[in-house]
Design a protein around this ligand. Sequence first.
Ligand code: NAP
Ligand code: ZN
Length: 352
Amino acid sequence: MTTAKAYAAAGATTPLAGTTIPRRDPADHDLQIEILYCGICHSDLHTARNEWSSIMPTVYPCVPGHEIVGRVTHTGSAVTKFKVGDLAGVGCLVDSDRTCPNCQAGLEQFCPAMVLTYNFPDRHLGGITYGGYSESIVVDENFVLRIPQNLELAGAAPLLCAGITTYSPLRHWGVTRGKKVGIVGLGGLGHMAVKFARALGAHVVVFTTSPGKRDDALRLGADEVVISRDANEMQKHAGSFDFILDAVSADHDLNTYVQLLARDGNLTLVGAPEKPLPVSAFGLLFARRSLSGSLIGGIAETQEMLDFCGEQNITADVEVIPIQKLNEAYERMLKSDVKYRFSIDMASLKAE
Ligand code: NAP
Ligand code: ZN
């Protein structure tokens, strides 16, 4: 066992602070990775503050971070896919049973024995897994992704969660040229969804509560921007969408979006607010509309997404921060004041 510097929450109401955590010695199939950048996902904040206590209670100390880009510093004896010095990406998943029907279908995120990158039982060291707000991590090579060489690394890190979480449902629901697609919430996930929907050729409409994001939404690839608190603007789009992706982190009214769907249209939630969101049955019944959810994406699809980003030169728009600004970044994220993802420069952890 080795140790690594990290930032952890000691409790639901304590700011994150510097600490030291254990990391396992690399086993035969493991890679040891020096973390260069780690994106800040709203899930990190939900978890650090135990907002998902009824589904996944947080065990403290909690080291969040699942948008990891780094460099391989050590390879186990049986590693075949990576060598020392290679760029490496780690997202939300670090293990699964690899044999169940979901794993066989490349959908490890639905494996009953999947292991998330943080706040999940650690089969190697006991306790729970610790995420990417850290100088290093040890992960089985089968759960490590290749980062295309042309991508800027700070902006590539958020692809490992925000990227795959939006790419996967857009692909699953057949978003392509000629489809009218809505993206709700222009945050970390939402802005990636806009880039992907645009790259897939759809007509993209952004729904935002922040009028100040209008110009950015257009620059990121939206064809139209709707201020969602304006009922008249919303009404103009009634019954017209093939697909809407909802990436909102807080309480909001889903029914206003259900009624914007065309016949057989689908609203998929990727946002995971703390409290349940009520839905009227009638909104769904009348036009055979459907409501779905989507959870990150499997390893093969994550690699497909990264390769797509390499070809199209897509990365997240990031504000790079030192880890010492983490708590401030959380407060700004809560105010929807992030343009459009924070990415931690992990070199800053060396100063701790
Ligand atoms: P984020 O960067 O904070 O973005 C959330 C956006 O939601 C905000 O920028 C804001 O957009 C909008 N919003 C915030 N409060 C709102 C309110 N009260 N009413 C309406 N809109 C509001 O968060 P994120 O990192 O993109 O994550 C979004 C959600 O997805 C979180 O709940 C996160 O846990 C979840 N998530 C799920 C998965 C999955 O696998 N399903 C993966 C990652 C994250 P505007 O300013 O444009 O209104
Ligand atoms: Zn995430």
